[in-house]
Design a protein around this ligand. Structure first.
Ligand SMILES: [Zn+2]
Length: 316
């Protein structure tokens, strides 16, 4: 179903807003955001992650085929996470792909399509000397935290990797919903956290968020971090692609109550992506169409959210 805002409602809103055309274009241009699902979406106004910053470097530049665009929140998360584990005597965090400039299908990944996914390499130590060394790339680790490939003798730096994921999951601005890694990597991290006496509430949160993906490789060679849609993106058709944890949902519900503000209305007038068409008129008594824009949604995702007469929301 590929339907967006009804023509009739559009006219009504345009009439009501009067003179907003310029603002609309400004808003569309500045409004970086995620649309659709991580595996079937796109990215509006993605921000570029610089090739290096305090405590991190990318493993591939854009010139080398790296995907370095994300929503501003994702780019901010990477920078804050790197800063949180920065030590000038230690190797930097190495950052893999985010998304392509405008999102969409990319090679190397099933997801990473709408600016909310990023790959982070593990911090590693030399197996013989235990000295932290820069990660040479996607190195797989076994249950003991030793590199699977004996020709590259490294150890998983559990202490520094824990500090990284704790910082990522506790980042309020980014709202992380998943950190994918292998089940045995998760166990190493949580055992370490208990061993150093991290607070139970923190450990519980990490227990929830760290997860081995069910539909792809187990991720024993990097973390794959995914952030939630924010309320403004959700209004525009962003689909989280992971659980909205209670601590995230509280913020979402608070913000979501005010979705039919100017920004939401402006979002409804965003230029439609190719393949999206106007839908039929709204049913009698319905007072607003709140979200739109999903390219390529054959599985029947929610392409528009309507505020029903009883003030609930319905997808269609
Ligand atoms: Zn990934």
């Amino acid at each position: 179903m590929r339907r967006v805002l009804t023509a009739g409602l559009g006219v009504l809103l345009l009439a009501g807003l009067g003179g907003c055309a310029t603002r609309f274009h400004d808003a569309a241009a500045r409004d970086g955001g995620s649309r659709g699902k991580p595996s079937a979406g796109w990215l509006a106004g993605g921000e570029l992650l610089p090739e290096r910053g305090l405590g991190y470097e990318v493993i591939r530049t854009e010139g080398e085929g790296g995907l370095l665009r994300g929503t501003p929140r994702l780019v901010g998360l990477v920078r804050r996470a790197a800063r949180s584990v920065y030590d000038r005597t230690l190797p930097p965090l190495r950052v893999g792909d985010l998304s392509a400039t405008r999102g969409g299908v990319v090679t190397r990944h099933h997801s990473h399509r709408n600016g909310r996914d990023v790959d982070l390499l593990y911090f590693v130590r030399d197996a013989a000397t235990d000295v932290p060394v820069i990660s040479p790339g996607f190195i797989r680790f076994n249950r003991e935290g030793a590199s699977v490939d004996a020709r590259v003798p490294l150890r998983f730096d559990v202490a520094r990797n824990w500090r990284l994921v704790e910082s990522v999951v506790r980042d309020h601005d980014a709202a992380v919903i998943r950190v994918f890694c292998a089940a045995w990597i998760k166990r190493l991290l949580l055992d370490h956290a208990r061993g150093i006496g991290r607070p139970a509430a923190v450990i519980e949160r990490l227990e929830e968020v760290l997860a081995q993906p069910g539909d792809s490789a187990p991720h024993d060679d990097h973390f794959h971090v995914r952030i939630a849609c924010n309320p403004a993106e959700r209004v525009r058709g962003c689909v989280d692609g992971g659980p909205l944890w209670p601590w995230l949902r509280m913020d979402w519900e608070k913000d979501d109550a005010a979705t039919l503000d100017d920004d939401a209305v402006l979002a409804m007038m965003e230029p439609l992506p190719p393949g999206i068409e106007h839908g039929p008129p709204l049913p009698e008594g319905w007072v607003g169409a709140l979200a739109l824009a999903e390219v390529d949604a054959p599985e029947g995702l929610c392409v528009s959210r309507l505020r029903a007469p009883n003030d609930g929301f319905v997808c269609r």
